[in-house]
Design a protein around this ligand. Structure first.
Ligand code: BES
Ligand code: MN
Ligand code: ZN
Length: 498
C-alpha cells in the first residue's frame, strides 16, 4: 500500500487543515458550510471559476494553490453536476475524485461533505468515504525509491466534515469492512507469483481466522483422497504444491444452507505444455483474481458481521511446463467421476473449478454457487474490460447479479448457455474435452463448469477483462481491481441476509 490513509469524520464547524476539498453543484452552487469556509477568500472562487470556465459539471474540478484569505496550501472544488440526480455509486466516485485531487505529497486534507440542496445523508457521506479509501490504494510494496518530485507522504490524514458524525460513522463502518476486502483482493492480485504461490496464498487466507472465519486447507494428499484429479493435474508440473482453501463464515441461522463463492486461483498460468507466447505473459500472475475476490469477500462479510452463512472455496495451483506436467491428450477423472480429455493445457482454470465446484456442492449443499474466474481471453474479445461475463443456470440469481452490479458500478453482462454449445465439448475419448474450438470460447468454458454444478442455482463470472489490467477509474488506479468483492457483498446484503 501507499502512504497509509487515516480517515476521520468531524463536525462541519471544525477548522479545515491541509488541502481543502469542497463540492459544488452545477451553476456554481455551494452548500452553506462550504460557503462559510470560502467566505474569507472574497470573490476569489467566482473569479477563478470564470477564468477557468468551471461551472460545477460532474467530474470537473477547480484547483487553487495557496488561496489568499485561507491559511491553507490548496483549495480544490469538485463539481458534482446536479446534486439530486446522484446515485450511491456517484457518491463513491465523488470520494474517488476528491482523493485524486489531493497531491500525493500532502499529509493532511479536509473534505467538506456538503451540497447546495442541503443535508447529504449519512449513507451518502459514507459512500464518499468509501470512494476515498478505494482511490487512496496503491501497490507500492516493491518500490524502494522515489524520483525527485514524486515523493509521497508516509501517511495522509483525511478528515471529512459532516453534519452528524455518529450516524456517518455507523454507516461508514460497514463500508470500511467492504473497502478492506477490496484492498485485500487488490493486494493479492498485484503480488508477483514468486511471492504468492499456492501455499503462501493459503497462508494469507488464514488471516481471516482473526475475524472468526473458519479456514481449512486441503493439501495434495487430502485432495488425492477426495479424487480432485482435474485440479491436481493442472498443478502437477509445478515445484509449488497445490492447495484448496475452504473458508466459512457463519453469521446466519445455525441450520440455514450457506451461500457459496468459488474462485479460480491459478497463481501463475504459463499455459503449461501448451505454453503461452511471451508477450504479456507476466500478466498471468493475476490469474488468481477470482480466488483473491473470494478472500476479499469473506473478509468483508466477516468484518461487517453479515447475517448469512457463507462458504468461500478457492483452488490454488501453478500451471507450469515440466517433465511431470500434464500433456495434451491426457484424460483425468474428476472428483465427480466424470472424465475430461485435456486438449489444451492452457484451458486449466475450468479444470480447477470443476473439482472445487463439485466439492462445494456435495459437501455444503449451498443455496447457490457463484464462481469467479479469469477464465478466457474470449470474454475480453466479447465484452472488452467494462463488463464481466455472466453465465447462469438460474434467471433469478442472474437478474440479482445484474442489478447489484449496476447499483454499485461493477457491471456484468449475461451471456448464453445451451445444448448447442454444450455439445461442442463432447470428446471422442472421455465424457468431455477441456476446449470447444475457436468460436464462443467463453461460452464453451462456462458449459464445462455447468457440467459440475448439478441442479444447484449457479452463476459464473468471467472476470478476465475486469479483474486485472482493466481501465483505471476514479476509484481504482491499481492493476488489480478487486472486481467482484463489492458486487457480491451487495448481492448478499440485498437478498440473502436475515
Ligand atoms: N488465464 C487464461 C485466460 C486469460 C487470458 C485471463 C487473458 C486474463 C487475460 C486462461 O487460462 C486461458 O489461457 N484461456 C485460454 C483458453 C483456450 C486455451 C481454450 C484462452 O482464453 O486463450
Ligand atoms: Mn490458461
Ligand atoms: Zn488461466
Amino acid at each position: 500500500m501507499s502512504g497509509a490513509l487515516k480517515l476521520e469524520f468531524a463536525p462541519l464547524a471544525t477548522r479545515p487543515r491541509g488541502v481543502l476539498v469542497l463540492f459544488c453543484e452545477e451553476g456554481l452552487k455551494f452548500g452553506s458550510a462550504a460557503r462559510r469556509v470560502i467566505e474569507p477568500t472574497g470573490d476569489l472562487v467566482m473569479r477563478a471559476a470564470a477564468a477557468d470556465r468551471f461551472k460545477g459539471k460532474n467530474g470537473s474540478a477547480l484547483d487553487l494553490v495557496a488561496p489568499p484569505g485561507l491559511d491553507l496550501p490548496r483549495l480544490v472544488i469538485v463539481g458534482v453536476g446536479k446534486g439530486r440526480d446522484l446515485k450511491p455509486r456517484d457518491f463513491v466516485k465523488l470520494g474517488g475524485l476528491a482523493m485524486g485531487k489531493i497531491p500525493a505529497a500532502a499529509s493532511e486534507a479536509t473534505i467538506v461533505a456538503d451540497l447546495a440542496g442541503g443535508g447529504i445523508k449519512p449513507d451518502q457521506v459514507a459512500d464518499i468515504a468509501l470512494g476515498v479509501r478505494l482511490r487512496a490504494y496503491a501497490f507500492e510494496r516493491y518500490k524502494t525509491k522515489r524520483k525527485e518530485g514524486e515523493e509521497r507522504a508516509a501517511e495522509v490524514k483525511v478528515t471529512i466534515l459532516v453534519a452528524g458524525v455518529a450516524a456517518v460513522q455507523k454507516a461508514s463502518a460497514v463500508r470500511e469492512a467492504v473497502a478492506s476486502g477490496v484492498l485485500i483482493a487488490r493486494d493479492l492480485v498485484n503480488e508477483p507469483a514468486n511471492v504468492l504461490y499456492p501455499e503462501e496464498f493459503a497462508r494469507r487466507a488464514g488471516n481471516l481466522k482473526k475475524l472468526g472465519v473458519a479456514v481449512d486447507v486441503l493439501d495434495i494428499k487430502e485432495m488425492k483422497k477426495l479424487g480432485m484429479n482435474a485440479l491436481l493435474g493442472v498443478g502437477q508440473g509445478s515445484e509449488h504444491e497445490s492447495r484448496t482453501v475452504i473458508m466459512r463464515w457463519n453469521g446466519g441461522k445455525r441450520s440455514a444452507a450457506p451461500v457459496a463463492f468459488i474462485g479460480k486461483g491459478v497463481c501463475f498460468d504459463t499455459g503449461g505444455i501448451s505454453i503461452k507466447p511471451a508477450q504479456s505473459m507476466e500478466d498471468m500472475k493475476g490469474d488468481m483474481a477470482g480466488a483473491a475476490c473470494v478472500v476479499g469477500l469473506m473478509h468483508a462479510l466477516a468484518a461487517r458481521k453479515a447475517k448469512v452463512n457463507a462458504v468461500g472455496a478457492i483452488g490454488l495451483v501453478e500451471n507450469m511446463p515440466d517433465g511431470r506436467a500434464q500433456r495434451p491428450g491426457d484424460i483425468v477423472t474428476t472428483m465427480s467421476g466424470q472424465t475430461i480429455e485435456i486438449i489444451n493445457t492452457d484451458a486449466e482454470g475450468r479444470l480447477v473449478l470443476a473439482d472445487v465446484l463439485h466439492y462445494v456442492n456435495k459437501r455444503f449443499k449451498p443455496r447457490f454457487m457463484v464462481d469467479l474466474a479469469t477464465l478466457t481471453g474470449a470474454i475480453i474479445v466479447a465484452l472488452g474490460q467494462e463488463y464481466a461475463g455472466l453465465f447462469a443456470n438460474d434467471d433469478k440469481l442472474a437478474d440479482r447479479l445484474v442489478k447489484a452490479g449496476n447499483e454499485i458500478g461493477e457491471r456484468v453482462w449475461r451471456m448464453p448457455l445451451g445444448p448447442e454449445y454444450d455439445k461442442l465439448i463432447d470428446s471422442k475419448f472421455a465424457d468431455m474435452k477441456n476446449t470447444g474450438g475457436r468460436y464462443g470460447g467463453a461460452i464453451t468454458a462456462a458449459q464445462l463448469l455447468q457440467r459440475f454444478v448439478d441442479k444447484t442455482p449457479w452463476a459464473h463470472l468471467d472476470i478476465a477483462g475486469t479483474g486485472m489490467g482493466s481501465p483505471q477509474t476514479d476509484i481504482n488506479k491499481s492493476w488489480g481491481s478487486g472486481f467482484g468483492v463489492r458486487l457480491l457483498d451487495r448481492l448478499v446484503a440485498d437478498y440473502y441476509e436475515k
